[in-house]
Design a protein around this ligand. Sequence first.
Ligand SMILES: [Zn+2]
Length: 319
Amino acid sequence: MVRPSGNRIVIYFAGVTLSVRNAAAAAALGAALCAALSGCGGGGAASGAAGQARLGTPAAPPAASSPASPPAAAPPASAAVGHGPGKAPTLAPGPNGLTPVFERARQRTEKTVALTFDADMTADQGPRAAAGERFDNPGLISTLKALGVPSTVFMTGRWAEEYPDQAKAIGTDPVFEVANHSYSHHAFTSPCYGLPALDGAAARADVDRAFAAFRKAGAVNTVPYFRFPGGCHDERALRALAGSGVTAVQWDVVSGDAFAKDPDAVAAQVLAGVKPGSVVVMHCTRSAAPVTEEAVRKIVPELRKRGYRFVKVSELVGT
Ligand SMILES: [Zn+2]
């Protein structure tokens, strides 16, 4: 998604806002990002192009590609719903039974923050993985464990199929909870960064298929939370998932880790954005987010110094 903004061109990509000074660079970058985002994975070309751009300051959570953007305040939490072996709270359905959307905790006095990591892999990226591209990031997972940071991993079903041992390890470790980022990483509303679109019936099936992939891999600490690929959703998408029991989870802090090369910049953006009850979106895929682990090493001690406690999304939803 590219649009002019003053004398700059602003590009919205996977929750990251990039801006460049001329249209030619914007076109090249946009094309590269769209190509990469057909997998949200990112190849070398995209990384190179992204390197030409300057990271901008995202103004708002992405979602709103339609009039049905979620309300600012989350609806009240409903009774805990079992999914994995534990119980995870969900939100009550929205108007007309729509899938509820969560962005940030209603309780905003306690200094809690949830780091979330999207494990992206698109249904057609198997050949790229076979050729050596790494959509996983075991170093990041190890660091989160070593630092004792409870985290929520929004995993695609395709990722769980590609890395079943890691999916099981994450999904059986009490430090983590596994949430759903679709099976295919296709778009639940269109346009969405050039991702192929699913229709309503396929959308629900895609979510179910991801949960099935988690079960098959042996990931048991699953929670009934769903993150739309690219964050893109509208009322139709929320209606398509009504009845699935999931709460859609967006975020209020964009880390800017996609295609970032400077961990300090990612850390600075997160530290500037975090507020009590925030949800931070990051990625767990080396090919598209190579400096995330390093950024986390900077973010975690600093937020702790500021008095923050790291929690999983389920703890925020329940408050
Ligand atoms: Zn994603």
